[in-house]
Design a protein around this ligand. Structure first.
Ligand code: SF4
Length: 459
C-alpha cells in the first residue's frame, strides 16, 4: 500500500485522537475493575487456551529525555533496581500460578524505561524466572523483543540477550542532529547506534527496529533528511517515525522544551512529506500509523496476508494473544478485559508485598466494545472493513448497526480518504496518513471537547 501525501486534507482533518493500541483506550479504565475481575477473566481465557504474551516494564533511566511521556524513574543508582526486581519475581510467580501451564508464551517484550539499565546477571536471572514459571513457545515460533538504549548498553549485553532467547531489538534514536539532541537532552552518537545494530546482526537477531521522532526542537526538513540518510545507510528492517506530541500540561518533562524552538506546523508537514517519500523511495512499505518495514519483513508479509495485528507495542504478527503485564504501570489484556498495574513504584511495592496482584484499574469490554474494537483493528491493520465478516462474527446487520457511522464515512469518501462499495470500506492511499481519523468514526467514547487533553494530535 503506497501513501499519497495531501497537505490540504491533512490540515483539514488535523485534530486530537487516540493511537488505538487498544479499544476502548486507557482513558476509559476505572478502579471498579480489580484483582477479582482480572482472575475471573484469566480463568475464562484458560478455558479457551489463548496463546500468551508477556510484557515487563523496567522503569529506570540514567537521564531524562525531555520529550518522554513514558513511566520512568530517573536514577544513577543501580541498586534501585534490586527491590524492584524482587517484586517483579514475586509477581511472575503469582501470575503464573493463575495460568494454565499448557498455554505457551509466544510473545515477550521488555520495555521501559531502559531495560538494559539492568546488569547482565539481572537480565539472566529475570529470564530464568520467566522460563521456570511459564511455558515458553519453541524458538522458531516466538517473538521476544527488547527496547535498547544505545547509550546504556554494554558490549556483552546484545549477544547475551540473544542467548537468553530474544530475537528482535528496538533502538531509540530520535534524531542525530547535535542541536536537536542537546535541546531534548539525549546525546547519542551515530557510532553508539551503529555498534548496536552491527552487534545485533552479528548475533543473529531476526530484525532491528529504529525509532525516530519528528517535530522536535530545531528540526528542519534538511536536518531530519540527514538523520534519515544516516539511518537508512544501515537499512534497519523496521522504522517507526513518531510525531512528537507536545503536551507540557500533561507530561511534566516536556516543560523543559521551549515552545518557541519547536518547528512550525508547516515545517512538520514538510518533514512528514519528505519522510514518507524518502522511505517509500528506499523500498520500505508503510504498515500504518508511524510504522514502516522492508518488503520481506514478517510485519510486511503479515500485512499482505491480512494477519497484521495492533497491540500495546504497536504492530505485531501474533493474533489474539492474551497479554499479561508485569511491573508498575503495565497494561494487560485478558479475554474481554484490560487491566493496568499501579502506576507509582510505592503503590506497586505495597500491593505486591500485601499478596495481591497490583492491579489498579481496568476495563470490562461490552459486546458493543468488542464489535467496535474489531472494526477499528481491521481498519488500522488491514485498511479495510468487510461488512459480511463483521456481520457474521457478531450476528448483526453491519449497515443497521453502523448506520450513523457509515453516513459519517460518506463525507470522508467525498474527500477520497476511503472507498465505500457494496462489500467493504477500504482506506485509499490518501487516507493512509489519516487512519486514526477514519477509525475514530467507530469510537463510541470520544468527547470532542475533552480529546484535546486526553490524546495527541493526529498529524
Ligand atoms: S526516552 Fe527512553 S531513555 Fe529517555 S527518559 Fe524516556 S524511557 Fe528513558
Amino acid at each position: 500500500m503506497t501513501v499519497e501525501f495531501n497537505a490540504d486534507l491533512l490540515v483539514k482533518y488535523d485534530t486530537y485522537g487516540p493511537r488505538y493500541t487498544s479499544y476502548p483506550t486507557a482513558v476509559e479504565f476505572s478502579d471498579s475493575f480489580g484483582d477479582a475481575e482480572y482472575r475471573r477473566e484469566l480463568e475464562q481465557s484458560n478455558q479457551l487456551q489463548t496463546p500468551l504474551s508477556l510484557y515487563f516494564h523496567i522503569p529506570f533511566c540514567k537521564s531524562l529525555c525531555f520529550y518522554c511521556a513514558c513511566a520512568k524513574i530517573i536514577t544513577h543508582k543501580q541498586e534501585r533496581s534490586i527491590p524492584y526486581l524482587e517484586r517483579i519475581h514475586t509477581e511472575i510467580a503469582r501470575q503464573a500460578e493463575l495460568v494454565d501451564p499448557n498455554r505457551e508464551v509466544s510473545q515477550l517484550h521488555f520495555g521501559g524505561g531502559t531495560p538494559t539499565f539492568l546488569h547482565d546477571d539481572q537480565l539472566s536471572a529475570l529470564l530464568w524466572e520467566i522460563s521456570r514459571n511459564f511455558t515458553l513457545a519453541p524458538p522458531e515460533s516466538r517473538e521476544f523483543s527488547i527496547e535498547i538504549d544505545p547509550r546504556a548498553v554494554r558490549k556483552t549485553t546484545i549477544p547475551l540477550l540473544y542467548e537468553l532467547g530474544f530475537n528482535r531489538i528496538s533502538l531509540g534514536v530520535q534524531d542525530f542532529d547535535p542541536k536537536v539532541q542537546s535541546a531534548v537532552n539525549r546525546i547519542q552518537s551515530v557510532e553508539q547506534t551503529f555498534a548496536v545494530i552491527d552487534a545485533a546482526r552479528a548475533a543473529g537477531y531476526r530484525s532491528t527496529n529504529v525509532d525516530l521522532i519528528y517535530g522536535l526542537p530545531y528540526q528542519t526538513v534538511e536536518s531530519f533528511s540527514t538523520t534519515l540518510d544516516t539511518i537508512l545507510s544501515k537499512r534497519p528492517e523496521r522504522l517507526a517515525i513518531y510525531n512528537y506530541a507536545h503536551m507540557p500540561d500533561k507530561v511534566k518533562a516536556q516543560k523543559l522544551i521551549n515552545d518557541d524552538d519547536l518547528p512550525s506546523p508547516e515545517t512538520k508537514l514538510a518533514i512528514l512529506e519528505m519522510t514518507v517519500e524518502r522511505l517509500q523511495g528506499a523500498g520500505y512499505v508503510y504498515l500504518g500509523m508511524d510504522h514502516f518495514a522492508l518488503p520481506d519483513d514478517e510485519l510486511t508479509l503479515a500485512k499482505h496476508n491480512g494477519q497484521l495485528q495492533r497491540n500495546f507495542q504497536g504492530y505485531s504478527t501474533y493474533a489474539d494473544t492474551d497479554l499479561i503485564g508485569i511491573g508498575m504501570t503495565s497494561i494487560g489484556k485478558t479475554n474481554h478485559s484490560f487491566s493496568q498495574n499501579m502506576r507509582q513504584e510505592d503503590d506497586y511495592f505495597a500491593a505486591i508485598d500485601s499478596g495481591s496482584l497490583a492491579i489498579a484499574r481496568g476495563y470490562q469490554l461490552s459486546f458493543d466494545d468488542r464489535i467496535r474494537r474489531d472494526v477499528i483493528q481491521s481498519l488500522m491493520c488491514q485498511n479495510e472493513v468487510v461488512y459480511e465478516t463483521v456481520s457474521a462474527r457478531y450476528g448483526i446487520d453491519f449497515f443497521d448497526y453502523f448506520f450513523r457511522e457509515m453516513r459519517q464515512l460518506a463525507g470522508m469518501a467525498m474527500d477520497n480518504l476511503v472507498i465505500i462499495n457494496a462489500h467493504r470500506v477500504a482506506v485509499t492511499p490518501t487516507g493512509q496518513l489519516l487512519l486514526r481519523n477514519i477509525a475514530m468514526v467507530f469510537d463510541a467514547y470520544l468527547h470532542p471537547t475533552e480529546s484535546r487533553h486526553q490524546f495527541s494530535k493526529v498529524i
